[in-house]
Design a protein around this ligand. Structure first.
Ligand code: ZN
Length: 1056
């Protein structure tokens, strides 16, 4: 409970409404939604739930060996005495030290608007530049070509020297001092995987057999991949003169072992980044450029109090920081974030600034345990109170007039009569007397129990049902999958079925079917002694042979269900059937739910491409060499609309399909994944499934899938103030008109993006309001509405616009727009568009907000100073440009996952988290982040890196053997197998601390990421390095510092 006005997060003078709302709320509202007590110190993930066994992700898996490994043998040697490890000699260089040792930066820009954290005293010394003012690159970065080297020069050349020069060589002085470059290794053959099976099979990146692109002559661009005409910097560059003798091509960012990351790019990726830049810029100290780790740390330090949403336009803390939100009128940013909290008043500003105006909405986002879940209200017979004109729902920004008899809509300004039942008197300030008793009047998020008119056919819904459909063909049986799924369903999963918070037991009904070329339904009615099987072989016109007895409550039919789950593996143990169907299986699931008049989920466990003769039959059309070329879109788009149509049918019937696939080969996820994408479901992929390697992950994924908040038969609509409206929607859902998103299901891990467009000029002194309304059926079968409202301010000034930007949301949106273009555009134009947009965003800032600065400086607005590093990462990421690094199916999977990903998820994907493991301390978990730079990895150290999809543990070549013993329980690093090594439960501090840290990571990501162990300089290290996004990419793609040069040139060109 709050006592007295809560502290304000923002130092701006509160608006009138803010002052009103910041009055004590809890006394009058004692138990219903008193804001939780908030700990003053919320650093260090203390709020995390207890560790849970590791989660993980399907993509990027190693091709496993053909023989099931003797897993136990490797993993569980007897525990070894804990080594004496603590004080390893290696230390990470604290970034700040190097940063401070740099010469003075150009000053200026003091006039720039303060940021969200402007009340903080400026940091002493040079840090100030990156903190309270727009960021500027160190002198060298800011200069156009000049003959003197940069960082230590301090002096700024006269303006006439600052124009871009046609040639770049020597611009940045002598070559960098580097650890001994290992260029000679460039000629070495690509690493090969042990036991690598047939190509294209694993999710784990594979080298192409011939590895052509790496050593292609630089001057011969593949057809259609000429340098972009829109990037004038490139063509004039003396490419050829630099390439022939190549020794220094990998430039300043190369490092021992990074010889794979040569400057040449693969087809399709030639022209977007400064990859081909032949010049050898002087090495720039990475500490001189804005970096994610430092920004996050500084942001976190400044978060001393809860973020209170008591005024329009408050910029929330960075998505990746640890903060508590108190809803006092606008909803928690975990539900809705905006690309900017001050909306431009006219479209022209958006056109000039290229800042997208978009919302990222996660209507069921998980909140912290000390934050307020949206309270459920019930208006009884009258139903939700809404504006009679625009149908917006009651919210804290509606204004009551006429003594409380009418209210003015904040969206359309219409006046609506207050229903008699809802009437209440106003106090002296014009506010309703029951303001703090009603969540809809004082909170930005609340739920309403819906009336019958919000239900299909005006009938109360049934509780949802789960249908499990298990592939029992040869592959599935042989891999042990059938037996394992039946086992975990029986012993674990049926006990994890979701229920409402207060309910004792789940009222989810379950049904079971198996399939190969036919579908087998099972009657599990509790009156039967044994389950009964019924076979459907007419696949053209699917019907479900039994309605009564197919869907049952587990606690009523448990005996029959257990007996069924024991019999299924035995029944199909000797099957020789290798062909399977898929579309009819899903179709029958929809029919079963329809027949039972309920919503639900269809869990399909499938191992092969559906090649059996039936609707939805597919064939292998994989052609991996198309990836990265202009023709890749064909491969990454569905071959037909059969599965898309099925998805639409699911969405319209309030159900979704979750596909668990266990392929040993191509599955055409681009096609079959459509059913998940459109219905709001999800794909989980386990390459070369084996219980030893993947069993734990499968179980964990299913548990999380069951337990996360899920809404069924959902429909979401976004309303906005007059003058602006939603025009574009991105995510995994179905739309039948221009305004409503339909979800078979939507869960707490899913997010949608909504772009807004101006219809008219907005009044600068006004606010703009956003309201997302989600109508859904809850897990217990209650029809509800969740109403989320957000207030933004309006501006006509760029100096107000830029400080109100939320880069996390901007990148989430840009990523989704780029991914959507993959199936209609070309890789080159997608990357060019991203770079052009970023350059325009920064050029507009330069032009309108930083005119006084010297022409040669790269000036970054405070809120967008990490834009270049995120763009660097995005344009070379696997999802966008994966070519040799991912299979076709994994690429499709990544694309689909990212399309529904929330902001925290895209952030982690664009900038993976790295922690040092060799010096963990029990009371300091998680430890500080490490930057995604190979040079920050000590060869005597060990590190974990994760991006929400995959996790690697990297062991330095000189790592203390006792550390390896303590962690893996094996004597010798030579015994480490990348995919099969596990962190075993050993009773020593190293093992305990690492396991705790991994659990913290997995819980934050809501995924049991697959773990690989990499040793320095081993054959799979290049794949791991691909995640070090500040370095050069694995198959091309610029380093962060190189990209800054390129971006700077683009900006200068735009400004000329
Ligand atoms: Zn209205």
């Amino acid at each position: 409970m709050l006592a007295g006005p809560p502290p304000s997060f923002n130092t701006n003078p509160p608006s009138q409404s803010m002052q009103q709302q910041s009055q004590p709320t809890s006394q009058m509202y004692p138990n219903q939604f008193a804001p939780p007590t908030l700990p003053p110190n919320f650093s260090g993930n203390q709020q995390l739930p207890p560790p849970v066994p590791p989660p993980n992700f399907p993509g990027n898996q190693h091709p496993p060996p053909t023989q099931p490994p003797n897993f136990q043998g490797n993993q569980q040697p007897p525990p070894i005495a804990p080594p004496n490890f603590p004080n390893m000699q290696h230390q990470q260089q604290p970034p700040v030290q190097q940063f401070q040792s740099q010469p003075n930066y150009p000053t200026g820009n003091q006039q720039l608007p303060p940021t969200q954290f402007s009340s903080q005293p400026p940091m002493p010394g040079n840090q100030q530049q990156f903190q309270n003012h727009p960021s500027m690159m160190p002198n060298g970065m800011n200069q156009p070509p000049m003959t003197q080297g940069y960082p230590n020069q301090g002096s700024v050349p006269p303006p006439n020297q600052m124009r871009p020069a046609p040639t770049m060589p020597n611009q940045f002085g002598p070559p960098p001092t580097m650890p001994t470059p290992q260029y000679q290794q460039q000629s070495q053959p690509p690493p090969s995987f042990p036991n690598q099976p047939a190509p294209n099979m694993g999710g784990m990146p594979q080298y192409p057999p011939g590895q052509p692109p790496y050593n292609a002559p630089p001057s011969s661009y593949p057809p259609g991949n000429l340098p972009p005409s829109g990037t004038p910097g490139y063509p004039q560059q003396p490419l050829q003169s630099q390439y022939p003798n190549q020794p220094n091509l990998s430039g300043p960012q190369s490092m021992p072992g990074s010889q794979m990351n040569g400057p040449n790019t693969y087809p399709g990726q030639t022209s977007s980044g400064p990859v081909q830049q032949p010049y050898q810029p002087q090495r720039i100290d990475p500490d001189m450029v804005p970096n994610v780790v430092q920004v996050l740390e500084q942001s976190q330090e400044k978060i001393q109090q809860p973020f209170i949403t008591n005024a329009p336009g408050l910029l929330p803390p960075l998505a990746a920081t640890n903060f508590v939100c108190q809803d006092q009128g606008s909803c928690n940013p975990r539900f809705i974030r905006s690309t900017t909290y001050t909306i431009p008043n006219a479209h022209d500003m958006i056109k000039q600034s290229h800042i997208p105006i978009a919302l990222a909405i996660s209507p069921l986002a998980s909140l912290r345990s000390d934050e307020l879940e949206p309270p459920v209200t019930n208006f009884g017979e009258i139903g939700p109170v809404r504006c009679h004109r625009c149908k917006a729902y009651m919210c804290s920004f509606m204004q009551f007039i006429d003594g409380g008899k009418r209210f003015l809509c904040c969206f359309c300004e219409a006046a609506t009569d207050v229903p008699t039942e809802y009437f209440n008197h106003l106090d002296h300030s014009g506010r309703r007397m029951d303001w703090y008793q009603r969540p809809e009047l004082c909170l930005g998020s609340y739920e309403i129990v819906a009336t019958k008119q919000y239900c299909k056919d005006e009938k109360w819904p049934e509780p949802p049902a789960f249908i499990f459909m298990i592939d029992v063909s040869y592959n599935s049986v042989r891999s042990g999958l059938v037996e394992y799924i039946c086992h975990i369903l029986k012993t674990e999963l049926l006990n994890y079925l979701p229920k409402d918070k207060d309910a004792e037991t789940s009222n989810i009904r379950v049904g079971f079917a198996t399939f190969d070329k036919q579908i087998h339904f099972y009657n599990i009615k509790n009156t039967l002694g044994q389950p009964q099987m019924m076979i459907v072989s007419d696949l053209e016109d699917i019907f479900v042979p039994l309605l009564d007895g197919f869907l049952c409550l587990p606690h009523e039919s448990r005996g029959v269900i257990n007996s069924l789950l024991e019999q299924i593996p035995q029944t199909f143990a000797n099957t020789q059937e290798t062909e399977t169907i898929l579309a009819p299986v899903i179709q029958s699931g929809i029919q079963a739910l329809k027949g039972a008049n309920c919503t639900g989920k269809i869990y399909v466990f499938s191992t092969t491409l559906p090649i059996a003769v039936a609707p939805g039959k597919l064939s292998n059309r994989d052609d991996k060499k198309l990836l990265g070329t202009d023709k890749e879109k064909v491969l990454l788009a569905p071959i037909n609309n059969v599965y898309t149509k099925l998805g639409e049918e699911c969405a319209q019937n309030g159900c979704a399909v979750d596909l668990f696939v266990f392929p040993n080969n191509y599955l055409d996820i681009a096609t079959i994944g459509e059913v998940c994408r459109v219905s709001g479901g999800q794909i989980y992929k386990f390459n070369y499934f084996s219980i030893e390697n993947d069993g734990e992950r499968l179980l964990d994924d299913l548990k999380r899938n069951f337990q996360r908040s899920t809404a069924f038969d959902a429909l979401m609509r976004v309303r906005t103030s007059s003058g602006i409206r939603p025009i574009d929607f991105l995510g995994n859902f179905y739309m039948t008109n221009a305004t409503e998103m339909i979800f078979g299901t939507i869960d707490s891990d899913k997010s949608v993006s909504v772009e807004l467009k101006h219809d008219d000029k907005l009044a600068v002194e006004s606010n703009t309001y956003i309201q997302a309304a989600l109508l859904y059926t809850s897990i217990s079968g209650q029809r509800r509405l969740r109403i989320l409202t957000l207030a933004l301010t309006v501006t006509s000034s760029y100096t107000s616009l830029y400080p109100a930007c939320d880069l996390d949301t901007i990148m989430n949106y840009i990523t989704k727009v780029a991914l959507r273009s993959i199936t209609v555009s070309t890789p080159k134009s997608i990357r060019d568009n991203i770079i052009t947009q970023a350059a325009n965003m920064l050029a507009c800032y330069r032009k309108n907000c930083a005119q006084a600065t010297t022409a040669g400086q790269l000036i970054l607005p405070e809120t967008l100073k990490l834009l270049p590093v995120y763009v660097t990462s995005l344009i070379k990421c696997d999802a966008l440009t994966g070519t040799q690094t991912v299979t076709t199916d994994d690429r499709s999977l990544l694309m689909q996952r990212l399309m529904s990903m929330d902001i925290k998820g895209t952030f982690a994907y664009l900038y993976p988290r790295v922690y040092a493991l060799h010096d963990l301390e029990e009371d300091k978990l998680p430890p500080p982040h490490v930057r995604c730079l190979y040079e920050r990895f000590s060869e005597v150290g060990a590190y974990v890196i994760e991006n929400g999809f995959v996790m690697y543990i990297w062991l330095g070549s000189q790592v203390d053997p006792s550390f390896v013993q303590s962690l893996f329980g094996i004597q010798n690093t030579a015994h480490i197998q990348p995919e099969k090594c596990r962190i075993v439960d050993l009773d020593n501090p190293i093992s305990r601390n690492v396991r705790t840290l991994l659990n913290v990571i997995r819980n934050e990501r809501n995924a049991y990421m697959k773990l690989f162990i990499v040793q320095q300089r081993d054959s799979i290290e290049p794949f791991f390095k691909n995640y070090l996004v500040e370095d050069k990419g694995f198959t091309g793609g610029a380093s962060y510092v190189d990209f800054l040069y390129h971006l700077h040139r683009e900006i200068r060109n735009l400004l000329q």
